[in-house]
Design a binder for this molecule. Structure first.
Ligand code: SF4
Length: 234
């Protein structure tokens, strides 16, 4: 695994679980508001500054009974060739496992579900399928996003969908389209984009019109509430 970051403790990233976070390096998206720009590295940079996964396994051995789970986040973890093997080692140690994903590799999600290697999946939905070209450099089959949505809803032990709500990726019409895609889903989180962080495209933060007010966030929530059981503005 190409691991670009490691956080020893989190009480907020894995619902109901005291966990640590492994941040994988490399992503196939270029979301301008990305809060982990160091992890969205070019292939050349990916080879540098990596964490030794054996040190993480040693840490997990020592924390058995104290820590309950591991979050694998990124970057995009499903791009890692050995994600399945890495997940199995963590599960064999007795930890619960949560995966954060952008949903571009449903075939990897299917394997994780088949082999019962994951307990919770959090999937980002960036925009409606027609507009994914805004966050993906090059050719991309957006149907894969829909495939991942169906997989989560049918096979994941627990899941949530979430969207960072900023223009031009989200507006009322797009929120309706997302609602139709995830109709019947249990949980959807509408995330406000923090402007006090380093992001992939710093110019993006300077444009006020990219951001929704609290009132507008609640209007978006009212739209998605017609389609999902629970939604939360964060
Ligand atoms: S926000 Fe997520 S999907 Fe987008 S570039 Fe960053 S790590 Fe990749």
């Amino acid at each position: 695994m190409k691991i670009g970051g490691f956080q020893k403790n989190t009480l907020i990233d894995f619902p109901g679980t005291i966990a640590c976070i492994v941040f994988t390096k490399g992503c196939n998206f270029i979301c301008p508001y990305c809060h982990n720009p160091d992890l969205v590295a070019t292939p050349k940079k990916v080879a540098t500054d990596l964490f030794d996964e054996n040190k993480i396994f040693n840490f997990l051995e020592k924390r058995k009974g104290l820590l309950e789970g591991v979050v694998i986040s990124g970057g995009e973890p499903t791009l890692q060739e050995d994600l399945i093997a890495f997940s199995r080692i963590i599960k064999d140690m007795g930890y619960r496992l949560k995966l954060d994903t952008n949903g571009t590799r449903p075939e990897i999600l299917a394997k994780l579900f088949e082999q019962e290697l994951v307990d919770f999946v959090s999937m980002d939905i960036k925009t409606c399928l027609e507009k994914y070209h805004l966050v993906v450099p090059g050719k991309f089959d957006a149907k894969k996003i829909y495939e991942s949505i169906r997989l989560l809803m049918n096979k994941a032990p627990a899941y949530e969908f979430r969207t960072t709500c900023v223009r031009p990726f989200i507006n009322k019409k797009i929120m309706t389209d997302i609602g139709k895609m995830i109709m019947g889903a249990s949980t959807y989180n509408l995330q406000k984009c923090s402007r006090n962080v380093t992001v992939l495209d710093p110019k993006f933060l300077k444009a006020d019109h990219n951001f929704f007010s609290d009132k507008q966030m609640l209007e978006l929530k009212a739209i998605i509430d017609k389609y999902v059981t629970t939604s939360v503005v964060r």
